[in-house]
Write a protein that binds this ligand. Structure first.
Ligand SMILES: Cc1cc2nc3c(=O)[nH]c(=O)nc-3n(C[C@H](O)[C@H](O)[C@H](O)COP(=O)(O)OP(=O)(O)OC[C@H]3O[C@@H](n4cnc5c(N)ncnc54)[C@H](O)[C@@H]3O)c2cc1C
Length: 376
């Protein structure tokens, strides 16, 4: 029970969902590497439409259920967890800000036939997203976009790209969101980057060269883009918390099995108190991460506008996952360092979660800001 995201007191539907996603992930997602068939299969299971309303073919699931599904996928493989979580965030943005023009696309996204990507980061605009320089210039009823995005999850593989571009020099209110489809003239992709982990979730640059889009491609108000990005990221951070819990839970499972099996000095490793205490610390860190992530998910649905609960869950759970997976390698000794035992892959994957969707220092800034705002 300590290692599970779903509690016995949760709804029957939620527990059923977790069981079916666990079965799917264990049977299909063992291999690292991107496979489009996995995304299609997730579509058949209803996972790709979890964040969409029923009228677009989705299931409008509670954030807690979405988090529990992402936990189960991440327990087996981080890559699909990441591209699915970005996809769900992008689908939700399109539904919220451009549903009328894009109902067909939303149905395709819900069915797992169209994958979403989120294009915010640029070379000089990472944590400081306001510094983005990709520009959209208006002429008549259309916009011309020029610029380059980096580190974009699913770039080149995705079918729908939510792109944030500068439409005026006003720092806060000068960013606008647009929706572009794959194969749009003027949009091109770099090769997939070689990275430390999350191998099933490729990233690449996206370049816009005199890329013309109709005004109907705009999502939300002119100048309203930053708010859209932040609301998406607030959800995305809960997903990252759930992903962190999933891989940390797997790390503990592997370590526990190893301690029970392996004998040194004439006794099971599990009988050395120092090692038992390490495992108890790992389980407690995980349990605290699960509680924070569940709470943040529930707050998303109860209309809470604060962003600190998502930030707390994101940084606490991913820092805990880094510590848990590092100790997970240590508890396996030499075997922990070998690829065959999975522990080292979980440690490499955990590192990503401390960086993406706003690095953990930025999450702490958000929590600290909330503390000072409350005092003011
Ligand atoms: C695998 C992967 C997938 C990604 N997918 C996407 C995607 O789909 N879409 C997208 O738009 N982006 C994506 N990103 C980008 C990601 O969101 C950024 O890398 C992240 O926000 C950090 O920005 P940066 O890399 O420019 O680091 P920087 O902003 O340069 O930060 C470097 C370090 O300085 C710290 N720092 C920066 N500012 C402060 C401050 N004010 N106070 C204290 N510390 C600070 C940071 O926390 C970090 O530790 C992805 C990145 C990776 C690695």
């Amino acid at each position: 029970m300590i290692l599970d995201f779903v509690f016995e007191s949760d709804s029957y539907e939620n527990r059923e969902l977790a069981v079916s996603v666990r079965k799917f992930a264990e049977a299909n997602l063992g291999e690292v590497g991107f496979d489009r068939a996995h995304f299609s299969r997730m579509g058949e299971l209803g996972l790709t439409g979890m964040s969409l309303d029923e009228r677009y073919g989705g299931s409008a699931m509670e954030s807690l259920s979405i988090a529990s599904a992402l936990f189960e996928i991440s327990r087996i493989q981080l890559g699909p967890t990441i591209y699915l979580s970005v996809h769900l965030m992008v689908a939700k943005i399109i539904q919220q800000y451009g549903a009328d023009e894009n109902a067909d696309l939303l149905h395709e996204m819900a069915a797992g036939r169209a994958l979403g990507a989120f294009c915010l980061t640029e070379a000089q605009a990472g944590s400081d997203a306001y510094a983005l320089r990709t520009r959209a210039e208006k002429s008549g009823n259309s916009w011309t976009i020029n610029g380059e995005k980096i580190y974009i999850t699913s770039a080149g593989l995705a079918d729908a790209y939510v792109v944030f571009a500068r439409t005026s020099d006003d720092k806060k209110n000068g960013i606008t969101a647009f929706l572009l489809r794959k194969d749009h003239p003027g949009m091109s992709f770099g090769p997939h980057e070689k990275k430390m982990g999350a191998e099933g979730s490729p990233i690449a640059t996206v370049t816009f060269e005199n890329c013309k889009v109709d005004d109907s491609a705009r999502l939300g108000e002119v100048g309203g883009g930053y708010k859209i990005a932040l609301s998406g990221l607030n959800r995305g951070r809960v997903s990252i918390g759930a992903a962190a819990c999933g891989l940390a839970s797997r790390s503990i499972e592997i370590a526990r099995a190893h301690l029970a099996e392996r004998t040194q000095f004439g006794q099971a490793l599990a009988d050395f108190q120092g090692l038992r205490f390490m495992l108890a610390d790992m389980a407690t860190q995980l349990y605290a991460s699960i509680l924070l992530t569940r709470d943040a998910a529930q707050r998303l649905d109860s209309g809470g506008k604060q962003n600190w609960p998502s930030s707390m869950a994101k940084f606490f759970a991913s820092d805990a996952a880094m510590k848990i997976t590092t100790d997970g390698v240590q508890l396996l000794g030499g075997a922990g360092y070998l690829a065959d035992y999975t522990a080292e892959r979980l440690m490499r994957d955990a590192k990503m979660l401390q960086i993406v969707e706003g690095a953990n220092q930025i999450q702490r800034l958000i929590v600290a800001r909330a503390l000072f705002d409350e005092l003011a």
